[in-house]
Design a protein around this ligand. Structure first.
Ligand code: DGI
Ligand code: FE
Ligand code: FE
Length: 190
């Protein structure tokens, strides 16, 4: 599928500001893919569709998780987490994308996980550092994204977990496991 058709499909699922976010994420993701010599076509598709399910009704997503083979533990965590896994499933069913690497980039873009692929790391980080984002500590993540992708993932996960814990929110186990994994993997890197 070419970029233009993909954008037309996703635009119908999003509002204008989320669509513009999607374009910015895709631009950053493509630059990272070029920088790290990762398949640009796959990264582009995963980035374009990463928030495909963002505005699905919570009740619809709840039903999809309940009756599909998606992990049921998602239901015990913040509904904001659901659009990645549900999005991967709907992009396969409704858009017809079958590439597992692309679908996994969509699936894991919010929570992260251990042993992320290059495509997964790039989509996860591009979503976090796109130019309109403004989180504490973002400058350092932006800098590391071009130097050490694992270190950048670690710093992003540290920020996400601190943010959620500061608001007394639950933290999805895969996010914690990803934090521990990248922490160990990048110890000593600065
Ligand atoms: O969809 P976006 O807004 O572009 O970004 P996203 O897919 O990273 O969604 C982030 C939201 O998910 C943010 O408001 C924090 C929230 N969230 C809730 N629980 C968790 C979580 N994020 C992670 N990584 N882990 C959680 O357990
Ligand atoms: Fe998202
Ligand atoms: Fe996003």
């Amino acid at each position: 599928m070419n970029r233009q058709s993909a954008l037309e499909i996703v635009k119908k699922q999003l509002n204008q500001s989320r669509y513009e976010h999607t374009i910015r994420v895709t631009d950053v993701a493509l630059k990272l893919a070029e920088h790290y010599q990762v398949d640009q076509k796959k990264v582009e598709m995963a980035a374009i569709f990463h928030d495909y399910a963002k505005y699905r009704d919570k009740s619809e997503m709840q039903r999809i998780i309940t009756y599909s083979n998606l992990p049921k533990d998602l239901l015990g965590y913040h509904p904001e987490l659901w659009h990645g896994p549900v999005g991967a499933m709907l992009v396969r069913q409704e858009v017809g994308i079958e590439d597992a690497e692309v679908l996994n980039g969509i699936y894991w873009h919010t929570t992260g996980k251990v042993h992320m692929s290059m495509i997964e790391k790039i989509v996860f980080l591009a979503d976090y550092i796109e130019p309109e984002r403004d989180f504490p500590g973002l400058d350092e993540v932006r800098k590391q994204a071009w130097q050490n992708l694992d270190k950048a993932c670690f710093l992003a996960l540290q920020n996400i977990i601190s943010f959620l814990a500061g608001r007394q929110q639950l933290i999805y186990p895969d996010t914690v496991h990803a934090y521990n994994y990248f922490n160990t993997k990048t110890r000593g890197v600065d």
